[in-house]
Ligand binder design. Sequence first.
Ligand code: OAD
Length: 261
Amino acid sequence: MESDIERAGRLMLASKHVVGLTGAGVSVESNIRPFRGPGGLWTEYGEPPMDGYQRFLANPKEDWEQRLSRGGYRRELYEALEVAKPNPAHYALAELEELGVLKYLITQNVDNLHRAAGSKEVAEIHGNFSKLRCIQCGSRYEREEISLEALPPHCPRCNGVIKSDGVMFGEPIPSDILRICEEETSKSDCMLLVGTSAFVYPAAGFPQEVKRRGGALIEVDPYETGITPFCDVSIRGKAGEMLPRIVDYIKVKPQRGESST
Ligand code: OAD
């Protein structure tokens, strides 16, 4: 009988535009905790206020000071982000792109690990931990480019207030990134969901949109999620163990003389 790995690999080979959607779970094996579920940051500390961006706008100096003092969950999260290295799941996704099977990757993670592993076509829908962004003109900067001596920092181009590139609760997704995500989703006939509870919008809406247009959904997650009932294949296991197995299947399939469609 065909295994879930084989079904996933076959579906991906038969699809024209496979898009990946990753969440915190893909980086758990890089020692970054997820937000929800067992071991989740929000499970332990509680979910932060939903109006984080509005609070930032009301008092950017205070928000920057809190950020730099790393209170609560932030200390642990930032320390994990600073030393994290890609794990086999990140490398497998980069290899799927290299093989021409994965056309695009949307990640909700800010950890930069997909790019570190070699993925090129990546949209970071919740931003990038290592970058800063001007809220007025949208320019992005590496952290080292902007002095934090006077808070809040201001944009060298337009003098707007600068915040971390990471998207806060209550903050609109930057329009350039959202447009790419929507375009890729509209082209996708198969979405590979890895390590996401599919709980936070707009990302949670992308697989629903693929399904609505008759596309396939493949999920890799050790636990059942809200999107499980809509998935064509649910692979129960850790991303770092399961994704390399999908890659192996895809790499040997043409050698067996089987058609890729
Ligand atoms: P969640 O923490 O909500 O979900 C993580 C998922 O990963 C869960 O379904 C886990 O079962 C799964 N998981 C755990 N270990 C895994 C492993 N080794 N391999 C594969 N999966 C594993 O994370 P996200 O869905 O990414 O937003 O959460 C979305 C957003 O909520 C985040 O981007 C963040 C958060 O609030 C912002 O900060 C704006």
